[in-house]
Design a protein. Structure first.
Length: 301
């Protein structure tokens, strides 16, 4: 990403930190790339229903994707995690990944070929780093809250693949994008289930994102779980889907006080939740109109 020179060219909008960190897996030095701020480098745009912040192309920087730099990757072994975890995880907690990291990198190269682990990061590099992080989190214990982190990683991977598909539509990244959306829906729902039964905590992570501009907290996790189910959840079994949609609608109503006069949670998340609630309600009504008898045991509003 870039900043405008006097001759009209664009320079990088990122910098490499002088303070190096060590890879927790192999001990190699890692130089972090981060965003420069100020002077019109990053211009916030619209917020999507998926809580993704879009950014306007800047005359100084061109197009910027801030979340590309939220995953750290080792240039030596390829180990990757979110930056906050990469810097604090202990070697003993990831030692078991060492025999598997080569295979993880190999798997990544099949989907995101020609990526690099150092230097200026582009969309391919960011996608690869996130996909490696996904596979690394898959090997972490419940104490590390890996399930919700996998949900966030998959959601951002879907966003990156959407950008890649816009640039190179002939490479089937739309198919890969949808796969990551479905994985994200699965992990968000599973994370809430684990939280409910006490198998894995969600409330000990630093930021729920899902993007980097704002932390929407646990409310955002619940909202996104409902949204992802609505947009990307399974549709093969209409009755089972309707049961799930009803459960998500009830969760939203309790969380945001929807259908009431309460406005205890104002702001864009409340407005998005209200729109989603109405869409879920409409889907339930449509399901009943298709087969009244099949849904007789469900209390569909």
């Amino acid at each position: 990403m870039a900043e405008e020179k006097e001759n009209g060219e664009l320079q990088s909008a990122t910098y490499f930190s002088k303070q190096k960190i060590s890879c927790p897996l192999c001990g190699a030095s890692v130089v972090r790339e981060d965003l420069l701020t100020g002077s019109g480098r990053i211009i916030a745009g619209d917020l999507s229903d998926e809580l993704r912040r879009y950014y306007e192309p800047s005359k100084k920087t061109g197009i910027v994707y801030p979340f590309l730099y939220s995953v750290e990757i080792c240039p030596e072994c390829g180990f990757a995690m979110m930056c906050s975890d990469f810097e604090r995880v202990k070697k003993s907690e990831v030692e078991h990944i060492k025999p598997k990291i080569d295979k993880i990198v190999e798997n990544t190269e099949k989907i995101f070929p020609y990526f690099k682990c150092e230097g200026k990061r582009d969309l391919f590099d960011g996608a690869a780093a996130y996909y490696i992080a996904l596979q690394c989190y898959d090997l972490m214990s419940a104490n590390f809250s890996p399930t919700i982190k996998k949900g966030i990683v998959c959601l951002r991977l879907a966003w990156i693949c959407d950008e890649l598909n816009n640039k190179i539509p002939q490479r089937n990244y739309d198919f890969i994008r949808d796969s990551f959306y479905r994985k994200s829906e699965f992990f968000y729902d599973l994370a809430l289930t684990y939280e409910t039964i006490g198998e894995e905590k969600i409330n000990n992570i630093i930021s729920y994102g899902p993007d980097t501009d704002k932390n929407y907290g646990f409310d955002g996790v619940q909202y996104l779980s409902a949204l992802l189910t609505y947009k990307y959840g399974r549709r093969e079994d209409l009755v089972e889907r309707t049961r799930i949609i009803e459960r998500k609608k009830t969760m939203l109503a309790k969380l945001f006080g929807l259908g009431k006069t309460s406005k205890s949670k104002p702001g864009p998340l409340l407005n998005l939740a209200r729109d989603l609630y109405n869409n879920l309600k409409k889907e339930l009504q449509n399901a009943r109109s298709i087969d009244e008898e099949a849904f007789a045991d469900l209390d569909l509003e």
